[in-house]
Design a protein around this ligand. Sequence first.
Ligand code: NAD
Length: 275
Amino acid sequence: MPVASIPLADGRTIPQLGFGVFKVPPGQTEEVTAQALLAGYRHVDTAARYENEAGVGAAVRASGLEREDLFITTKLQPDDMARTQVPRAFARSLEELGLEYVDLFLVHWATPSQGRYVEAWEALIELQEQGRVRSIGVCNHPRPQLEEIVEATGVVPVIHQIELHPYFQQHDLRALHAELGIVTESWGPLGQGKQGLLEDDTLVRIAREHDATSAQVVLAWHLAEGLVALPKSVTPSRIVENLAATELELTEQDLAAIRALDRPDGRGGADPAER
Ligand code: NAD
């Protein structure tokens, strides 16, 4: 089954399952991304901070796929959030990627301690007005900072990329996203291999009942919840396995059981409020 695309508030669409390349070594990124594209992924999520944009771009250019059929995201790193610095950082990312445009440019972290999230967002709005990037959004913005950038500019990010998985379901931010028309993207959708998420009894049971893997169950849950999920793997069989989650249909009962796995202490990564 092909990956569904979901609408963004700016009139564009985004493939609901994307391939994440966080921690993929630069020297391996072209090969791994090429495998993902061959398997059928059409959406790749990288970042300046990952230092592997060049590998993603090389795989895209060598793929023979139409650029219009691909959705490529990169991100502005916290060091580059000063307003005058943003266009330079964006140009550097495009150059690394070797692409004419990116589909989505995101502010990587709000980093409230730097106090630059409003000016960074204003700079992204300008880049979009100049036609240099198709869609703009943010990652890792706590509720107050997300509300502040919207209030300051009147422009709502089309995407908010946040840590999200069955142990950390982010209901508060998702309710705000629903109010504002923001699509939620899940980073660390498989729990980043932490907290034993994929060995969870409930997930293992559901997986057995569907003759699937627990990773596929988790990804099918993200899709059923209307989230965009960005699983990462460098293992060819898992790259294929994760994409095949689009074929798995969970029951209402399965979904309810997974919703019940949410934990108050389920955050596995850094807290965006503390950076
Ligand atoms: P993830 O939840 O995708 O977990 C990846 C790990 O899960 C792999 O390294 C592997 O150990 C394991 N795994 C993958 N497929 C598996 C399978 N089928 N069976 C068993 N184990 C499997 O974590 P992630 O890479 O941190 O997040 C995904 C993507 O989200 C990243 O690659 C990146 O693109 C994005 N991301 C963004 C931010 C941000 O701050 N915006 C932060 C982290 C990640």
